[in-house]
Structures are given as structure tokens and as C-alpha cells.
Design a protein. Sequence first.
Length: 571
Amino acid sequence: MATNKSNVTLTGLARRFVDDGILDEDTAKDAFIQASQNRIPLITYLTQNNLADSGKLAFSAAMEFGMSVLDLDAFLPEMLPEKAVDEKLIRKHNALPLYKRGNRLFIAVSDPTNIQALDEIKFNTGLSTDAILVDEAKLRAAIDRYLESQDTSMGDLEDADLEGVETEGGEQEDEGTVTASEVDDAPIVKYVNKMLLDAIRGGASDIHFEPYEKIYRVRYRTDGILKEVSRPSIKLAPKISARVKIMAQLDISERRVPQDGRIKMKLSKTKAIDFRVNTLPTLWGEKIVLRILDPSQAKLGIDVLGYEPDQKEMYLAALEQPQGMILVTGPTGSGKTVSLYTGLNILNTNERNISTAEDPAEINLEGINQVNVNTKVGLGFAEALRAFLRQDPDVIMVGEIRDLETANIAIKAAQTGHLVLSTLHTNSAAETLTRMMNMGVPAFNIATSVSLIIAQRLGRRLCNSCKEAADIPQDVLLKEGFTQEQIDTGFTLYRPTGCDKCNGGYKGRVGIYEVVKITDELANMIMEEASSIQIAKQAQAEGFQNLRQSALLKVIQGVTSLEEANRVTKD
């Protein structure tokens, strides 16, 4: 049951953060409630969701408890005690063993109130524990470096554990002049493994292996932008292609048609990354693209995705409804899957029966019944939906509404007591409604079943370490779409510069959203079969921000640059 914010009285660290001006009262109360419900320290929640600067939090906590803050940058992984604390405890409590003195173990923590961490480590090690206060962001980075240094699978590329899962394909046979023994040669194995590991470490979302007439190149897509990272000899193209196909358990003798497969890479005992593999015959060989699927991305939490407060409230309110349809729309790679999975994670309780039909299921979610559609055997979205409705569902997720049959079944489900989540490939919320009408869905059914539409894009975040202020004339700002009222507030625009901590001035991505609730007036316009332009104007009149306005708001907040906002949203 949700805790009422008005009933929360702030004490301790939460009160200190408000008094020090780091948080406002409402944000502190929301964070306190969410951290308590998620059973994580308040400082960890604030830092993970980018609600406050970790350095300021550490300094404020130090003042509150009369402690000093230790700079973790002074500690190298090799200086820390080996195997002093089990990896699961380190991850669970976000606590790092720093050094041992006699029978006392000194533990780096970002929240001095996290007594449970010290007690559990003390119980498991048999040593007395003392807390050392550190910066939360530096602590997480130090823990990653420490565990990586302790994990030989990350250090030795040849020992990386790779296995194919959930794949289809025939026997692994010779590919032309490439023999199985050649494919298993150490240099090829090492090279492909290195490409995969480097992509993970660099935060890439996709890997492209591309053959051309005279060159062979490898590119990573990082923060939505493709960048060339390697150019091996064109003579190695067949061997690299065959090696990846073997890892994905595909038929290496078949080079005439596309194939789909999957690779699992175990980085450590507790972490694994999946790759979705697709091969495509081209003029000069097979192009192979690997989509990196990190399960942790599906559990980021709604606060870190970039929704504005009113947009987040509309999404959460729609998720709380027992029936209706939530549609997420945008181009490929705009973050629709993460938005849907975030909603499913919020709904995923023991009291609900949740089923999804996906093509394919990108990330496995425990507690949710996920179905891979397979048109070859007659299992499409429509067939999966019919089966779901016979299994007493509470929540249904359809990977994509592609045709009238699927749309009609999904709408029927939304009208008969089920919450339905799905996606469409359209550019805006208004176009989503007209697309469904063009499919042949009766306007009345759309108006009475669709409750919320989210159109979204992904923009690159400016690097906080190197972004610098940009001086842009007022007349230019007005032409870009900023209002005079916004300009009069005197906000600062930033531009990317680039440093050793980012990619060309950007680090990570943030969602840019248009969230439209279907109000009575919009429902009437849908039943009158109004055009997308008319619907968009009405949504604006009712105060719903479009994608361009949301992008400019991110610019005002200093999250991204005007150049990036133009790249993502400008027509």
C-alpha cells in the first residue's frame, strides 16, 4: 500500500538534506518513501536516481554525524583486502572492505545509518566492523573496479564463459573454405570475445560486424551514435562471421537467408549479459548485428528514466487502473521496451497474473509469463493474446500491434477488465490514434479503451564533468521554440566539450517524452474521427507537452544540449 506523503515527518539525514538545501521538502519525502519501500539506504536511492549530487550528500552526512569523508580515489583495487567479504554482501549492501587492522575490518559506506550492512558483514566475517564515510558515486565505481579485479573471467578474455541460449539452427558445418578448427583458432576466439567485452565495458547497445568489398569494419552504437572501433583484415570476415554464428548456435553453412540467435556471456558468478544476434546476407558477406541486453536496464526504476513529475504521475496512475490500454510509441531504439518493462516491474506482484507476447522477449523477468511469438508455427501476437485471455490474466503486454486482428483482440481485452500495454511505431501520440483508425479499428473502441499514450525518444546526457555554458542570442532561442517566459527566468544553456570520462561531451542517455491522457474532450474528438493535427492541438490546449517542448525543458534543466534536442526532435 502506498504511503501518503502528507503523513511523513522528515528526521535524521532526510531532514538534514532539506535544511542544507540539497533537496526540497516534497522530493525528500518522495525519496524517503521510495527508499523505504525498496529497502535501500536513502543516499543510495538519491544517487541512483540522479536526484542529488553525491558529493554534497556525503558532505552533508558527514556534518550530521560528525565524521570525515574519505576520498576513494586514493585507493587502488590492489590495495584492498582480497576476498575479505563475500561478493554478494558487497553488492547487497553497497559496502566495500578498505583495510584490516587486527580483528577490525574498516568498511566504506555512503550512509552511516546502514547498520544492517555492518552487522551482517560482522556476522559473516567474525571481525568487528567500523564504518568509513565515502561518496556514493565513487563507492559504486570502486566496488565495480574491486570486484572486476577479483574476477578472473573479466581479466582473461580467453576464459570468458560464452554459451548459446534459446536459439534455433541446424548442425554446425563447414562454411565454404572455413573449417571448424579454423573458427576455433585462438586469435579469432580472442578477437570476438574482446569485441563483446569492450562493448559491454563501453556501455554500447549494439555491435555491428560489416563486410564490404575491400574492408571489414566493426562499429559500436553508444548513446545512440554509431562509431567505428576496429577494422580487421577483410580476409578474416568469414572466420569472424562463422565464430559469432557458432556462439549463437546458428547454422554456419547457411549464408543465403537471415538467421536469429542468442548468446549469453557470464561476466561473473552473479552477472550475465545476453546478446540478441541477427545475420543478414549482403553483397560482400554476412552483416551481423548483436543487440546487448542487460537485465539491469529493466530495473532502473521510473525516476531515472527522465519523466517530468506530471508525466510520471500520469503513467503511474494509468498503471494503477484495473483495465484500459497504455500505448508506448516511437521509432526503433527509442527506449520503448525499457518504459514497458519498468511499468511491468511496478505491476509485478504476487497478486497479479501477467503475461507478455514479444518478438522476441529481450530480457527475462521473473514472475512474468513471457511468450516468444513464432509465426513459422502459427504463434503470432493474435494467437498468443487469445490464449492469454483463457488464462485469467490481470495484465497483458503485447510487444507490438501490427495488424487489425491483434489490435481488435487487445482492445477487447482492455474493455473486459484487463490492463493492456503495447507499442506502435508512430512519431507522436496523436499519430498513434489515427494509425489505429487507419488500421480499421472503430473509433468508438479506441476512445473507450485507450487510457494513456507515451511517445518517446532518447537523447544523450551532457557529461557533468566537462559541459560548459553556451551563449546563445535571445532571438535564436525564440526561433528554437523557447517561450519568452522561459527565457526571462535566466536559465543557462550548456554545450558538450569532451573529456576522458565521456564520449564527445555526452555520457548516458535520458528519455524525452510526450505523455497524453485520453480526456473526455480527446475521446469525443476520436469518435468524431478528427485528424492527428486536430488531436495534437487539443492535447496542447489541455497542457500536455509535446516531444519538442519536453526536449527543450531538458535543455533548460542542463541535462542535454540544444544541438542534441534538435537532433532528436526537430522536424
